[in-house]
Design a protein around this ligand. Structure first.
Ligand SMILES: Cc1cc2nc3c(=O)[nH]c(=O)nc-3n(C[C@H](O)[C@H](O)[C@H](O)COP(=O)(O)O)c2cc1C
Ligand code: SF4
Ligand code: SF4
Length: 250
């Protein structure tokens, strides 16, 4: 079973490739996170949890979904994190989550994919992003071999300070920065509703054919990146920046 959470498509892409290479069933967690619910999983065996890295850790919305979900006994769990540079303290969060859920922990691996965080960082050209995805392919294939064999992933060599420093900033970051308040929409909006449909937390409603943001934003960047008219900005930080619409559109 491969369960994934994705904002702009990188983690979906990796999860789909892993499913194709391993024959494992694929489950999109977003249909549950949109409702704030967990799911009841009954299939025994291997579970692969695929998600982006948010602030050196797995997204809270995905962790909450796993916490709320029920699983059979004897789950053997892999965690695959897509990131733009490094997964930081993620392995320790995943190990702790596995322990909390009673899973046998088989490791955490990172797959470097294009940067999607346009509200904070610069995004790259399509050419640069294609190269990043090209370099990710053998990493994904290598992970599939570990999963097929049911063996533990290599130790990623996480340093203790990476977890400690994440712990020091993550609460503050979610509290003070992961807000939707700075999103605004321009007259270029055609009222298509794609932003609302793409939000993994159902935080956008359409009013008079315009998006209205609520207070439950995890900064996944789907709404702003996937708008077909580039009608969404995040304050002034995103003005003039290219949007990242996912690896399938490069
Ligand atoms: C809120 C947020 C926080 C992020 N934090 C990190 C990070 O700590 N380290 C990193 O390498 N990439 C970070 N990124 C980049 C994403 O992890 C990366 O682009 C990921 O592949 C996006 O996955 P998705 O397309 O499935 O949503 C962050 C992106 C967002 C939106
Ligand atoms: S995706 Fe863009 S064009 Fe479509 S409703 Fe949202 S803001 Fe408007
Ligand atoms: S409002 Fe936009 S950035 Fe926030 S969680 Fe929804 S899609 Fe992601």
């Amino acid at each position: 079973m491969i369960i994934y959470f994705s904002g702009t498509g990188n983690s979906r892409f990796v999860a789909k490739k892993l499913a194709a290479l391993t024959g494992e069933e694929l489950v999109d967690a977003v249909k549950y996170t949109r409702e704030g619910k967990g799911a009841a999983f009954t299939k025994p065996g291997k579970y692969v949890f695929v998600s982006p890295v948010y602030v050196s850790a797995p997204p809270r919305a995905f962790v909450d979904f796993i916490r709320k979900s029920s699983f059979p006994n004897n789950v053997r769990a892999y965690f695959v994190m897509t990131c733009a540079g490094g997964m930081g303290g993620s392995p320790e969060y995943c190990r702790r989550l596995a322990s909390e859920k009673g899973f046998a922990y088989l490791g955490t691996a990172q797959v470097c994919m294009p940067q999607n965080y346009i509200a904070m960082f610069k995004t790259h050209t399509a050419e640069e992003n294609r190269e990043v995805v090209r370099r990710a392919m053998p990493v994904i294939e290598g992970l599939a071999d570990f999963i097929l064999g049911g063996v533990e992933l290599p130790d990623p060599g996480m340093k203790a300070w990476e977890y400690i420093s994440t712990e020091m900033i993550i609460g503050m970051y979610y509290r003070d920065f992961m807000k939707a308040k700075a999103f605004r929409v321009s007259d270029a909006c055609i009222g298509c509703g794609r932003c609302a449909a793409s939000c993994p937390l159902a935080n956008i409603s359409m009013k008079d054919r315009r998006p209205v943001w609520g207070n439950n934003c995890t900064h996944c960047m789907a709404c702003i990146n996937l708008c077909p008219k580039q009608a969404i900005e995040y304050g002034k930080r995103t003005e003039g920046k290219p949007r990242y619409t996912g690896p399938d559109n490069l």
